[in-house]
Write a protein that binds this ligand. Structure first.
Ligand code: NAP
Length: 210
């Protein structure tokens, strides 16, 4: 796997590489991801690109978090001073989403499986991002009226895709809400293409400088 990634790093006509997770047992995902040239890291998951994000420099940002921000912005919602609650603290979704909103001056709360009262946190949120992978975790009574609700969760129930938010009760309260399927998933793929373009430009700039 490492040899394959190195081979792709070395090919100038390849602009983007991502390691599809989970990897089979015995392969180290951290090592594999960090073998990717950070300029070709179109999923923004290398330690280098995540470090850039922590530093406030949004170069190649993970696709799902990037799509989440794009969808919130598409509603005309601004972030500055807003209460934003993220449920889920994974390195792929929850933490980058929280950092992106923090960079935009939202007041961010990051919730996880040890959060004592998710409903109380949710009811404070002008912007609520749910990425826990738990079907129906968030119901309408946990949402502030008029809030923007982004449902990142994907759960397969009887062969059908369902989100983490109970759409029927939530849509009565939320100002804006994304469906599953048809919400975050397609945006993630669009952001992957945009990141590939950004990566190609970074590589072209770097080649012209050297
Ligand atoms: P993950 O690595 O399993 O992380 C789940 C997070 O949710 C953890 O931080 C966990 O808390 C938290 N959590 C779990 N149960 C909870 C509960 N009952 N209350 C509060 N927090 C809880 O998952 P992920 O990779 O972030 O993905 C999350 C979901 O998004 C999954 O359904 C995944 O399939 C989906 N997803 C969708 C896309 C897309 O393109 N649409 C992309 C990526 C992921 P702890 O840290 O305390 O364990």
């Amino acid at each position: 796997l490492l040899d394959t990634i190195q081979g792709l790093n070395d090919r100038s006509e390849i602009h983007g590489i991502l390691v599809q997770l989970p990897l089979p047992d015995g392969l180290d995902s951290h090592e594999a991801i960090n073998a990717i040239d950070p300029m070709k890291d179109v999923d923004g998951c290398t330690t280098t690109n995540l470090g850039e994000l922590v530093s406030g420099n949004e170069r190649l940002v993970p696709c799902t978090p990037r799509g989440t921000i794009a969808m919130i912005e598409s509603t005309g919602t601004t972030f500055e001073g807003k209460t934003a609650v993220v449920i889920g603290r994974s390195i792929l979704v929850g933490k980058p989403v929280a950092l992106l909103m923090l960079n935009r001056h939202a007041v961010v709360t990051l919730c996880h499986s040890r959060t004592p009262d998710l409903g109380a946190e949710g009811r404070e949120a002008d912007i609520l991002v749910v990425a826990a992978g738990r079907r129906g975790l968030v119901t309408g009574d946990m949402i502030k009226p008029g809030a923007v609700v982004i449902d990142v969760g994907i759960n397969v129930v009887d062969g059908k895709l369902k989100g983490d938010v109970d759409f029927e009760s939530a849509k009565e309260v939320a100002g804006h809400i994304t469906p599953v399927p048809g919400g975050v998933g397609p945006m993630t793929r669009a952001m992957l293409l945009e990141n590939t373009l950004i990566a190609a430009k970074l590589q072209a700039d770097s080649a012209s400088e050297s």
